[in-house]
Design a protein around this ligand. Structure first.
Ligand code: AMP
Length: 216
């Protein structure tokens, strides 16, 4: 089973992907995570990407498309993949179609998480994650049981994304509206787009996604 999760920054795509990985054994392909790894490694791609990411702008389509294509090849034997943060432009969506047919794959579900934009700045500017295992937390909604200690692995260092500050979040929302939202009709026209309300609790949202999967 292959799946795409769409929605603006802060819609909860990453959290839902974690659950999809655990429940269905899918491999998560997150272009944002791949780019952050490139930034950390100091590669040429990482250096180019960092400037754009910090400004809340998108990285060039050709770079992203070849990164995703390599990942598909690396995970050829996986049960399926879940695409998180990709596609983000119409050119990426079209390239994905070509890539899938060349690799003999199909896209089974395209799920859009619908959220109210006003809530996004608060959601994103309060989030942080464990520096060791990546478990996600939030200042207001989901603090560790013991302050300063990760519930999952006990680690005591946490990280905040440099692009989760209010100014960059607003630019990321503009990029979403102008470049990413237009891909929704692309999938709607194909009759594969399904929408889920993303404002509820994480488990509630996940129940709706499970229902979509169960109904084929
Ligand atoms: P994310 O973790 O998905 O919120 O992505 C963080 C940042 O990485 C975005 O604001 C973009 O600068 C960049 N990025 C991630 N995925 C893509 C993509 N598919 N196309 C272009 N830029 C991307």
């Amino acid at each position: 089973m292959n799946m795409i999760i769409l929605g603006p920054p802060g819609a909860g795509k990453g959290s839902q992907c974690e659950r999809l990985v655990e429940t269905y054994g899918l491999v998560q392909l997150s272009t944002g995570e791949m780019l952050r790894a490139e930034v950390k490694s100091g590669s040429k791609l990482g250096q180019t990407a960092k400037k754009l990411m910090d400004a809340g702008q998108l990285v060039r389509d050709d770079l992203i498309i070849s990164m995703i294509s390599n990942q598909f090849d690396q995970h050829r034997d996986a049960k399926g993949v879940i695409l998180d943060g990709f596609p983000r432009t119409t050119a990426q969506a079209e390239a994905l179609d070509v890539m899938l047919s060349e690799k003999g794959l199909t896209m089974d579900h395209v799920v859009q998480l619908e959220v109210c934009e006003d809530a996004i700045v608060e959601r994103l500017s309060g989030r942080f994650s464990c520096a060791n295992c990546g478990a996600g937390y939030h200042d207001s909604f989901s603090r560790p049981a013991e302050d300063g200690k990760c519930d999952k692995c006990g680690h005591t260092k946490f990280l905040r994304r440099s692009d989760d500050n209010p100014e960059t979040v607003r630019s990321r929302l503009v990029s979403y509206r102008e470049q990413s939202a237009p891909i929704l009709p692309f999938y709607q026209d194909k009759g594969v787009l399904q929408s889920v309300g993303g404002m509820g609790g994480m488990d509630e949202v996940f129940d709706q996604i499970k229902e979509i999967v169960a109904n084929g």
